[in-house]
Write a new protein. Structure first.
Length: 248
């Protein structure tokens, strides 16, 4: 564990690596809260509420290593490459972020080097230490976005490699009655699959991105129940993929 990257269960030798890029609402003091109003400092624009608790519980159930960012997504969004405008957004949904307005190239490069590079390196090292690793990224999303209610409750996201997502979606009815959809409420076209593209696709690792509506993660009871559901779901999907690989 470092001041910037939280690595838990590092001794685990199982293939699953759980990732939480938007785990923290922490904004270092030097940024003076990025000029945000107090009402925004624990909102979904700053982090993914409930995601770190869910990721931690999933990692424990799966006996998996967990890699998480310890800095707000508004300081640097570790699920975006440095060249992406929303890696350090000047506006997030309906909230202006004054501390990110008019950043120079040098300032953006400094933030990427300080906050993104350690996360990327820690995750890469964690994956490289495992044989045939499986990358599972965990996120939450707000029930209302730009004034529009979202009916979807669980999103199973993928980029060009849909193997694990396909297996999970095929098993949906066995694990949940939640409104579950492919690549919702976001998809690859929204730029949200950077971690998958950077760390899984080039190497052929199984991968999936999980998006959970944050009202389903409101407290410890909800988080524990969702962690059990998702962990069993992922495990069954992986078992099915392994069986199909062994018996094509």
């Amino acid at each position: 564990m470092s001041d910037l990257v939280d690595v838990r269960n590092a001794q685990s030798t199982t293939p699953v690596v759980v990732v939480c890029e938007h785990a923290s609402a922490h904004i270092p003091a030097s940024f003076q809260n990025l000029g945000l109003p107090a009402s925004a400092l624990l909102s979904h624009v700053v982090w993914d509420p409930g995601a770190m608790a869910l990721a931690t519980k999933m990692a424990d159930r799966l006996n998996a290593v967990l890699v998480a960012s310890k800095t707000s997504r508004l300081v640097y969004d570790c699920n975006r490459p440095p060249e992406a405008p929303d890696a350090m957004p000047a506006r997030s949904e309906v909230v202006d972020v004054p501390g990110n307005a008019n950043l120079s190239d040098a300032q953006r490069a400094e933030r990427a080097a300080t906050y993104y590079a350690p996360f990327r390196e820690a995750l890469a090292a964690t994956l490289q230490a495992r044989t045939a690793p499986v990358l599972v990224t965990v996120h939450s999303f707000t029930p209302v976005y730009h004034g529009q209610a979202r009916d979807v409750e669980i999103g199973i996201l993928h980029d060009s490699d849909a193997r694990l997502a396909d297996a999970m979606l095929a098993l949906t009815a066995q694990h949940t009655t939640c409104d579950t959809r492919r690549n919702a409420p976001y998809g690859p076209g929204d730029g949200v699959t950077h971690t998958l593209r950077e760390h899984a696709l080039p190497y052929g690792y199984l991968n999936v991105m999980l998006e959970i509506r944050n009202d389903l993660l409101a407290d410890d009871t909800d988080q524990t129940a969702m962690a059990q559901t998702l962990s069993e779901w992922v495990s069954q999907a992986l078992t099915q993929i392994e069986a199909e690989t062994c018996n094509p």
